[in-house]
Design a protein around this ligand. Structure first.
Ligand SMILES: C[S@@+](CC[C@H](N)C(=O)[O-])C[C@H]1O[C@@H](n2cnc3c(N)ncnc32)[C@H](O)[C@@H]1O
Length: 349
């Protein structure tokens, strides 16, 4: 794992101080939410202008440069189409890596809740009568666990939505870790609208069952729980322990994207909530993870980001996946047009 302090790890930010530039394992892009030279160079390479929508000729995916809080923007990309599943991953209202940027902002809690209310309303409007809504959110223990509890209370005001579960992503560097303890949680809030189907088969992990000894008499014979099970593997349950946070040694890593979610988590959600060709929505595209998961599983995805660089990366990630079969760039660069330069000992463009 990369060795930098707490949140830098969680949000996939390359370690600047400790990582030696040996040419092999150094992430090739700095955090793209920082303004400045890097953004200035990349912006001309971005094909979408504000309000634009790119339509994929092959599967009909759409990627927009749009604002999740703007109802007209949301209607523009969805039209009359309704999503069977929304997987949204808004900024968590923490200053990631101690930097407050326009993409990952930390604002007053009331303003954050107003931002949340607007995008949730827009999400409800494009949800099918029977559909699922998953929301990634964090709780900052340095700031009284905001915004998780506040957001949950806000969700009570949306009468169309019924809460189903809170899933916790196991934090490899959480409780009990001696060094580099990560203090930001990642929870997955799960709500439904109407009465959607849930495919429980999608919830099996590849972790074998180990607990035995629950006896029950079946047809006059005493049976043990493993004999009665539908599977010899455990279900994911509400603490997902089998999913690795993305970091730069993984194939799916997208350099420059500090808040990328693991593909495996989104694939699990999509498989449990939808069928082939169903429409999946993601209002906060960033590294385009939901789009890649949808492409792999033959679903259609409409997604967008407010930042032209992340909208561009989302489109490029799909193109790159189709060309190479790779889900990310690992430590290669999604913008090879730019020449390589060096800054503070770290390779960047
Ligand atoms: C936490 S990241 C999403 C990560 C994504 N799930 C992934 O796996 O790559 C949040 C993203 O929301 C975008 N964003 C912030 N405000 C937005 C808004 N009002 N509308 C759309 N996108 C927004 C940011 O630019 C950032 O890329």
């Amino acid at each position: 794992m990369k060795g930098q302090t707490d949140t830098l790890e969680l949000f996939n930010i390359p370690s600047i101080k400790k990582e030696k530039n040996n040419g092999a394992t150094v992430e090739q892009l700095r955090r793209l939410d920082f303004d400045g030279e890097l953004k200035r160079k990349i912006l001309p390479l971005c094909r979408l202008k504000k309000g634009d929508i790119w339509e994929d000729a092959k599967r009909g995916h759409r990627v927009g440069l749009l604002d999740a809080t703007n109802s007209e923007d949301v209607l523009k990309i969805f039209g009359r189409k309704k999503a069977k599943l929304v997987v949204n991953d808004p900024p968590y209202n923490v200053a990631v890596g101690n930097a407050n940027t326009s993409n990952l902002f930390k604002i007053k809690l009331n303003d954050y809740l107003e931002f949340s209310r607007q995008w949730v309303e827009n999400a409800i409007n494009i949800m099918d009568d029977n559909s699922h809504l998953y929301i990634w959110l964090g709780a900052d223990y340095k700031d009284n666990f905001q915004p998780l509890p506040d957001f949950i209370i806000l969700m009570r005001t949306f009468k169309e939505l019924k809460p189903k579960n809170i899933i916790t992503m196991r934090n490899q560097r959480g409780y009990g870790t001696l060094k580099n303890w990560m203090w930001v949680r990642q929870e997955l809030l799960y709500y439904i609208k109407g009465n959607p189907q849930f495919n429980v088969e999608a919830e099996y992990t590849d972790i074998p069952k180990i607990l035995r000894g629950y006896y029950k008499e079946v047809n006059g014979k005493i049976t043990e729980n493993l004999e009665r099970s539908r599977s010899s593997f455990i279900r994911a349950g509400n603490v997902w322990v089998d999913i690795q946070q993305v970091f730069y040694r993984m194939e799916e890593n997208v350099p420059g994207c500090y808040a990328q979610k693991p593909l495996k988590a989104i694939e699990r959600i999509i498989s449990s909530a939808t069928s082939e060709n169903d429409l999946v929505a993601d209002f906060f595209a960033h590294a385009g993870t939901t789009l890649i998961a949808g492409e792999k599983l033959k679903r259609k995805v409409f997604t967008f980001d407010i930042d032209p660089i992340f909208a561009e990366i989302t489109i490029r990630r799909l193109e790159h996946f189709r060309e190479t079969g790779r889900t990310g760039w690992q430590w290669n660069n999604p913008f090879p047009e730019l020449e390589t330069q060096y800054d503070k000992g770290q390779k960047w463009i």
